[in-house]
Design a protein around this ligand. Structure first.
Ligand code: HEC
Length: 263
């Protein structure tokens, strides 16, 4: 294979990989999500919501409290008082108070550790999953999720979001088989209607906006947790590049010095 072919192959592979990553999640809702690790307010808010609404069931076993305080610029004293409810020390990892066996008994599934979920399943997955709970009489608890069908997790944020029911659009397709017309209706989930309003705002449209922001912040926080050193890399990047530029200049001057007598 010549170089041109190899290059072509490489480009094609990269484009494919990019398409796979950019596609997000299938189903409804299917909104794009872009983490913003420089937005400390969003990350702090996400941490607050996570501790209050998720940490009772989910651990973050690779994340230590004190690292989180430092990275998110949370005062260690305020953090210890307001964000540690398990009696853990700040140097410890963020375990949950619930044991795996209890989780299995209560929910039929052990709530998974969420340290790496944003990397394994993407931030967009979490962002859409937390907005995909809806009323469904056929489920044991009366709820289902449009992104993760049959999820055994109850909607932890239902008070904030409100309770919603699904809206389907029906599409009829007919075909003539052996002279007889046979029709099939397909229903696709295309939206949700709020049946019990959320408590974030009296206006349903504003409540949705506020709820989307809460979920964005939680997904943003979980994206940080899944790759905490990304913040360090972003901070160090410009210095590394400046250092390399400086070295290049030194080497160039050195080269000129060495070659001066040879020409
Ligand atoms: C009452 C316990 C409980 C709470 C509170 C809870 N979860 Fe869960 N969660 C579960 C259980 C149980 C599962 C496993 C679901 C399954 O596999 O059916 C789960 C699964 C998940 C998954 C993985 C879904 C997948 O595709 O594997 C994510 C992501 C998640 N939870 C996020 C959250 C977030 C974010 C919060 C807080 C806003 C939260 N959970 C609060 C019990 C809980």
């Amino acid at each position: 294979m010549n170089t041109k072919k190899i290059l072509l192959l490489l480009t094609a592979t990269l484009t494919l990989a990019q398409a796979a990553f950019a596609s997000g999640v299938a189903g409804y809702p299917n909104d794009t999500f872009q983490a913003d690790l420089t937005n400390k307010v969003s990350l702090q808010n996400g941490a607050k919501y996570f501790i209050n609404y998720c940490a009772g069931c989910h651990s973050l076993q690779y994340q230590r409290y004190n690292h989180m305080f430092k990275d998110l610029e949370i005062d260690p004293e305020i953090g210890a008082k307001n964000l540690i409810f398990t009696g853990a020390k700040a140097v410890e990892q963020m375990h949950t108070g619930m044991s795996a066996a209890e989780g299995l008994k209560w929910f039929g599934q052990t709530p998974p550790d969420l340290s790496l979920t944003a990397r394994a399943k993407s931030g967009a997955y979490i962002y859409n999953y937390l907005r995909g709970f809806y009323l469904d009489d056929t489920r044991p608890l009366g709820f289902n999720n449009s992104i993760f069908a049959g999820a055994s997790m109850p909607n932890p944020l239902w008070e904030l979001q409100g309770i919603q029911k699904p809206v389907y659009s029906e599409e009829k397709t007919c075909a003539t088989v052996d002279g007889k017309e046979a029709c099939e209706t397909h229903s696709t989930l295309t939206g949700f209607d709020i049946v019990t309003p959320g408590i974030l705002d009296k206006d349903p449209a504003k409540n949705k906006e506020a709820y989307d922001q809460v979920v964005y912040d939680i997904s943003n926080f979980l994206s940080y947790v899944s790759d905490p050193s990304a913040l360090d890399r972003m901070r160090m990047g410009p210095w590394v590049l400046a250092f390399l530029a400086f070295l290049t200049m030194i080497f160039y001057l050195l080269k000129r010095e060495y070659w001066r007598d040879i020409h």
